[in-house]
Design a protein around this ligand. Sequence first.
Ligand code: HEM
Length: 441
Amino acid sequence: MTSAATLSPVRPRLLATWALAHGLPRVALKAASRRGDAIAGTAADPTIRADPFATYDRIREQGVIVHGKLLSATARHAVANEILRSDAFSVGPGDMGSPRLNRLMWRLVDSSVPGPIEPPSLLALDPPVHTRLRRPVSRVFTARAMNGLRPRIRELADELLDRVADQPRFDLIANYAKVLPLTMIAEILGVPERLSGPVQGFADSASQALDPGLSLRQYREVDAAVRQAHITIGQHIADLRRSPGTDLLSQLATMDGDDRLSDVELRATALLTIGAGFETTVNLIANAVVNLLAHPEQLAALRADPSGWENAVEEVLRYDSPVQVTLRSAKREVDVAGVRVRQGTPVLVILAGANRDPAVFDDPHRFDITRPNAREHLSFSAGVHFCVGAMLARLESAIALEALFERLPDLAIAGPPVRRGTRVLRGYDYLPVSSAVSARA
Ligand code: HEM
């Protein structure tokens, strides 16, 4: 994270963009939350962040789509699934707040250095532009290619566990849960180790940028990290154009003809894939460790029969979703499950709430690694934005968890974990663990 000391003075344009994109929504969300608006509360109330699931239940019970003061929301599985797959909905923010102020904000945003939810990031594009940019990325993350990575993931897990072998106590996030997916995504994209510092700084900031209502300080940190990341990755892409390798970035940088990505498209796609490639999987691994240690009988069952790891990962995705929510807006007036949604209405799609919908999952607040339909969760979204890296994330997590509990059979939480401050992403910044048994193989 960029420290306050390294931040340049506030530019008037940056201040204006922050005020429109975050400052005003921040005040409005807080005010609505204080007046009892549960949807605003999911973004603005720190007590809800610690345990959001009762609030998601309330929203689900209130209706198919609930209209809050600033935006609407659904926590129903069928409705979330329908919205995510519908071409009547866009990934744009819609008419949140004032349409005039929104237009002004988009004019002020510096489109030469887009963040993770600004076009041309895949997350902020609708078809057909989205289809063109996504195609070359999804070609690399096929099930076959990912399966081929199994031995490398296990080898890396073992290397990392060797490094903590002599430490009776260590932070699981920094030493394992984060570094494993970061190293894998860097290898797939061909990002050299010397760039991993700035790239990680970008991704840590970018994960904050997914949240609404950032403070001015947070916004400046995000802005500085995003600018630096564009410079770093831009220089690297220029090098690859001169001497390409076989990695994903080289393929993207040397595409010709109609498929050719512009410079800014290339930088945005690369940075999103890197950030999404580890800022989410770190949560899946850490959330799995915490939930499994809280349910020792289920962990014992996995030790006895490791074929259960894949379903255990699905249950963690369902029960403790690393990405809690996403946003869509109605492109036109549309009926969803019998409810009329006006054009421009922003709808918060509560993935983690859909994942606890009793209409789909029996006893949804129970953590159960043998749940037969755990995989029906919406944690990787659905429709055209379905996570490109779902297969990689599933594989990395199952292998990382199996290796961890095999090598450290007496692993235990060794102090209070620190939750991430983010709302959209749910996981931990710090997770101290201990083991008396050496992990040395
Ligand atoms: C547990 C791990 C992960 C979770 C929970 C997750 C979740 C998601 C979700 C919910 C979306 C769609 C958001 C929306 O519909 O608005 C998404 C999109 C995406 N994810 Fe993942 N992700 C994970 C891991 C990964 C990995 C390992 C990669 C590496 C390639 C990745 C790359 C992407 C990309 C590029 C997109 C944009 C796709 C598009 O908009 O078309 N993700 N992810």
